[in-house]
Design a protein around this ligand. Structure first.
Ligand code: GTP
Ligand code: MG
Length: 405
């Protein structure tokens, strides 16, 4: 299953613009509050240095793309409606959005860094809104929703935790695994809230809240996107945001600039590889005045000051740094680096760090894992046991008695 990344944030922060720039879909964007009414999912790509140059071969990618030596690996992105106060109680379809957000592997929390959204979500002059308060409001909704879910399940968790061999963390995992909560998250959250020694049935409201706050942090890695960096006041606010949220990864972006570049690239007007710090005009004579001035603006305002639009960097950071995914290339023939149809380096899989040869085999095909013997490390020719822990950019040939489909 591909990685799932959810876009959350206050209305008008620019979530749909970012989503469109990542997926080249056409979700509705407007300067009215609450434009997006229901979650929409699309495919974006994360980028990793392809191994084909190192092996001096020409590749024939199948499940991904290779451009100028970069592998583009698909991930799933979901655009969500803007969160409003009281969403956790079900306001404005809050429950539905929050449960979709909670099913993501990680979140991109978008704020309008220019501060051009007022407290009701209306667009105003840059510099008047408060992105730090916006972030805190949405985070609070999310935590209150986790707390509500947890509180509703207290009797169930209590009962389960007393089952022989269980305990609280396992019970919490069993009840909340649908939203990505695992045993180790519950263990860490209990430690933070100093609840390790306290009987579950005697946790008070405050302790439950503090436990749920930590549980949300551990179970749902989140990157803060400081968007609209092309507008005035954004640079000042970005500095404040970074100082305020030291433990968080904060990435400055301009979703609008990325969208303009990606659409111009799709039309063949420019050459632009997402994440690179430049673009080239391919057909200057075909640009109309509006396109010409938009591109000049981007070159001056976005690439000039921040070196990139930040969108690809945000996707890569959430995948490789926060979720700690590794890109692994399985091949059938370790000499030719090909699959059974002769395609060279056809596929790349993303697996979280700590995954083994056995996990990779299972991801490729459930049959492959049944007769799994070992894997061959294509770089060294060494045989790797089934419990070998994969590293980023490993190229492996899996050997199994089962027929690979
Ligand atoms: N200058 C600038 N404007 C942007 C940027 N991203 C979005 N906008 C504008 O901000 C407004 C809101 O953008 P949307 O993408 O619809 O925001 P949203 O977060 O999806 O809003 P909801 O669906 O209501 O939650 C639109 O007028 C966009 O054109 C950006 O990077 N720079
Ligand atoms: Mg939207």
């Amino acid at each position: 299953m591909p990685i799932r990344i959810g876009l959350i944030g206050k209305t008008n922060a620019g979530k749909t613009t970012l989503f469109n720039s990542m997926t080249l879909l056409a979700g509705e964007v407007s300067n009215y509050p609450f434009t997006t009414k229901s979650p929409e999912t699309g495919v974006a790509n994360v980028v990793s240095l392809c191994v084909h140059k190192e092996f001096r071969v020409q590749d024939n990618p199948a499940n991904s793309k290779c451009e100028d030596g970069w592998r583009f690996i698909p991930v799933e992105v979901t655009d969500l409606p803007g969160l409003i106060k009281g969403a956790w109680m079900g306001k404005g379809l809050g429950n539905q959005f929050l449960s979709v957000a909670a099913q993501s592997d990680a979140l991109l929390h978008v704020v309008d860094a220019s501060g051009s959204v007022d407290k009701d979500g209306k667009i105003t002059e840059p510099g008047t809104g408060d992105p730090i308060a916006d972030f805190a409001d949405v985070e609070l909704e999310l935590v209150l929703w986790y707390t509500k879910l947890f509180t509703q399940n207290l009797p169930k968790i209590s009962k389960l935790s007393k089952t022989p061999g269980y305990g609280v963390p396992t019970a919490v995992e069993e009840v909340m695994q649908g939203i990505g909560v695992r045993k180790e998250h519950a263990v860490a959250a209990m430690k933070d809230a100093m609840l390790e020694e306290k009987a579950f049935d005697s946790w008070n409201e405050k302790e439950i809240q503090s436990f749920c706050w930590s549980l949300r942090e551990y179970s749902k890695p989140t990157l803060l996107i400081a968007n609209k960096m092309d507008l005035p006041y954004a640079a000042e606010n970005f500095k404040k945001i970074r100082e305020k949220f030291k433990g968080l990864m904060v990435v400055p972006t301009s979703g609008e600039a990325e969208l303009t570049l990606r659409r111009a690239e799709a039309k063949g007007l420019i050459k632009y590889i997402p994440g690179e710090e430049r673009f080239e005009l391919l057909k200057p004579q075909e640009l109309n005045d509006a396109q010409r001035s938009a591109l000049a603006y981007i070159r001056r305002k976005v690439f000039g000051e921040y070196l990139r639009t930040g969108v690809q960097f945000a996707l890569n950071s959430v995948t490789f740094k926060l979720l700690k995914e590794n890109a692994v290339y399985p091949v059938h023939d370790p000499q030719k680096l090909s699959d059974k149809n002769g395609r060279v380096l056809p596929d790349v899989y993303l697996l979280p760090s700590g995954s083994t040869v056995e996990d990779l085999a299972r991801d490729i095909h459930s049959d492959l894992v049944k007769g799994l013997l070992y894997a061959v490390d294509v770089r060294t020719g060494l045989h790797l046991p089934t419990n070998y822990v994969l590293r980023d950019r490993d190229v492996l040939s899996i050997v199994s008695t089962a027929k690979e489909s």
